[in-house]
Every structure is written in structure tokens, then in C-alpha cells.
Design a protein around this ligand. Structure first.
Ligand code: FEO
Length: 170
């Protein structure tokens, strides 16, 4: 049995990660409609990674004999009114997710729940990478995407991203 507060936060995180998947799928659809298949590919893979994150929280709860409670996933509500908007929203969202992971970590620390702290270590590191990637996309957009040729090149580069399963196994 895990601490009640930690369990509740882990359950909430399942929902947050599925929401992240939904949000990035929305970004992917937006870029697809705009004819930027590379950006669409990048965010589709991002959505797959978020689904994986959600499943890791599900499995961790199950492995510790805790009930998984699935709540409704909110409708993605990011206003996508420019090509740069999803990139900025993505960065903002990843910073928010980092704060959520840190909150769970803090609760686990308070409860002396070392097992959950160890589980979360992977996510702490992962969030560092997620923020770096999101910042990188914003920077790349600012540097190269002000003309069609640059946009084409960046889109081609993002089109080469491939999916790989998370390095964390439970
Ligand atoms: Fe599940 Fe993008 O963090």
C-alpha cells in the first residue's frame, strides 16, 4: 500500500499524461491541416510518448496493489492561431508537467515513500529532456522558419523523428 496522498497524485497524473497525449495529438492535427507533415509527425510521436507515460503510472499503481481510477480527459483547449502557437503552448505545458512531477515527488518524500521517489526519478530526468526539446523547437522556429525555405527544411527534419518506447520498464 502506498500513502493515500501519493496514490491520489499518481492517479491524477495518469489523467494529466493522457491529456498531454490529447493536446499533442491536437497539435499534430493542426499541423497536418496546415500541410506541415513533419511538425505533424513530431507531435504525433510526442502524443505516443505521453500515452506511454500514462501507462507507466497505471502499471506502477497496479504493481503496488493500488486501484487505478480513470477520470474524463479534458478537451484540448490551446488556441492554435499561428504556426508558432503550438510550440509555445507545448513549452508552457511541459513546464507545468514538470511542476506536477515535482509535487508528487515532494509528497513521496514527505511520506518517506522511497519506492515512489525512485520510480519518479526517471520522470524528473525525462521532464528535463521534454523542456529542452520544447525550447529547442521554439528556438528553431525563431531562427529558421521566417521564410518558406527555412520552414520546409525544419519540417523535413521533424519528419524524420521516429517513435521508440520509453527506456523505463517496470
Ligand atoms: Fe509526460 Fe511531456 O511529459
Amino acid at each position: 500500500m502506498l500513502d493515500k496522498k501519493v496514490t491520489d497524485l499518481l492517479n491524477q497524473q495518469v489523467n494529466k499524461e493522457f491529456y498531454s497525449a490529447y493536446l499533442y495529438l491536437d497539435f499534430s492535427n493542426y499541423f497536418q491541416e496546415e500541410g506541415l507533415e513533419g511538425f505533424a509527425n513530431w507531435y504525433k510521436i510526442q502524443a505516443q510518448e505521453e500515452r506511454d507515460h500514462a501507462m507507466l503510472f497505471v502499471e506502477y499503481l497496479q504493481n503496488n496493489g493500488e486501484k487505478v481510477t480513470l477520470e474524463a480527459i479534458a478537451k484540448p483547449d490551446a488556441k492554435l492561431d499561428s504556426l508558432k502557437a503550438p510550440l509555445e503552448k507545448g513549452l508552457e505545458h511541459e513546464r507545468y508537467v514538470t511542476s506536477l512531477i515535482h509535487t508528487i515527488y515532494e509528497a513521496a518524500h514527505e511520506a518517506k515513500d522511497f519506492r515512489t521517489m525512485q520510480f519518479l526519478d526517471w520522470f524528473v530526468k525525462e521532464q528535463g529532456e521534454e523542456e529542452t526539446n520544447a525550447e529547442g523547437l521554439v528556438k528553431k522556429f525563431d531562427l529558421f522558419c521566417s521564410d518558406p525555405k527555412g520552414l520546409y527544411m525544419v519540417d523535413s527534419e521533424l519528419g524524420s523523428r521516429t517513435y521508440s518506447a520509453p527506456s523505463l520498464t517496470l
